[in-house]
Design a protein around this ligand. Structure first.
Ligand SMILES: [Zn+2]
Length: 318
């Protein structure tokens, strides 16, 4: 990590984004309305186009992205939304219950498991380059929450294409990064997709003006706060809450499983539940966990093990 701007600039080439991605693990944060978070504002048809740029790791932190898992599902019209402790590398009673369901092999149980599986979100600092729906955001730094589809694009660009002799691009780099044309589209099933989003050619932010870059860098928001342990229930507390939500009582007693008992397993590659930011109105991340759902296109379904799996998930050492 870098504590001074000059050190940040000097060191930026020493560890590439694809390595950084390996060190992201997850975390979640509570979902209140956070003014620091930018969201695309879709038009009446549910579509959005704009340009943003990912920014480097904030001062004193290692990664430009942080990964967070959470559980959010409905039962009887109510929402259960909690951060998943696996974000911090800890055991999760909801994931455990899910695995049991999934492994039962019973289709109805597997379906429930799919609905309750943990969802993946990422947070990053961005600067809004062009937000046609809200031009007052242009030039401002925000946090941005996004899902696996956008992360897949970041990874693909970071990896480059060796067979074509194309170098990878660390999109968040001030000098050698790239803007993202963010396109949110509402598909046939009502699902939101980010598939059409694309990184532009390499460019310097602020034309490389060091004073502006330094000022921006020094004002970036912390990402590690999304791994703050106070934002996660402890194992027992989470289990109690979950059991109560699912079984209507606090655990231990043999669950008469009403068709609604468990969560899903990390291995379920199923699609994602329908997430509506009700209850605690998570920063609805498009593409991501909360809002989007079953979109086969969203890529969120297999979120956990998708391409990120190849980057071994280290725990962030902050
Ligand atoms: Zn979990």
């Amino acid at each position: 990590m870098s504590d001074s701007f000059s050190a940040m600039k000097k060191n930026r080439g020493t560890s590439k984004l694809s390595e950084k991605l390996a060190s992201i693990s997850g975390s979640n944060t509570n979902s209140y309305q956070d003014e620091r978070i930018w969201k695309p504002t879709p038009d009446k048809s549910g579509n959005y186009s704009g340009i943003i740029r990912f920014l480097p790791a904030p001062r004193g932190e290692d990664s430009p992205f942080i990964k967070v898992f959470n559980h959010g599902f409905q039962k009887n019209g109510k929402w259960f939304i909690e951060n998943c402790p696996t974000s911090l590398g800890q055991d999760c009673p909801v994931c455990e219950a899910n695995s049991e369901l999934w492994n039962s092999g019973i289709e109805s149980d597997k379906k429930i498991a799919s609905q309750r599986k943990r969802k993946t979100s990422y947070y990053a600092n961005i600067i809004v380059i062009n937000d046609p729906a809200n031009p007052e955001n242009n030039g401002r730094n925000f946090l941005y929450r996004f899902g696996t589809k956008i992360m897949e694009k970041i990874e693909a660009v970071a990896a480059g294409d060796p067979t074509l002799g194309e170098d990878g691009i660390d999109v968040q780099d001030f000098w050698d990064g790239a803007n993202l044309v963010l396109k949110m589209r509402k598909g046939d099933g009502g699902y939101t997709t980010y598939q059409d989003s694309q990184f532009q050619a390499v460019s310097q932010l602020f034309d490389g003006d060091e004073d502006q870059l330094k000022a921006l860098w020094e004002s970036l928001h912390s990402l590690q706060e999304y791994h703050d342990p106070t934002k996660f229930l402890g194992y027992d507390e989470l289990k109690t809450k979950f059991d109560k939500f699912v079984f209507g009582r606090s655990s231990n007693s043999a669950p008469s499983r009403d068709n609604d008992s468990e969560e899903d397993t990390k291995s379920s590659g199923s699609s994602q539940p329908n997430f509506n930011p009700h209850k605690s109105a998570p920063e609805s991340t498009e593409e991501a966990p909360f809002k989007e759902s079953k979109s086969s296109d969203s890529g969120e379904g297999g979120g956990d093990e998708s391409p990120l799996a190849k980057f071994k998930a280290l725990t962030r050492n902050s």
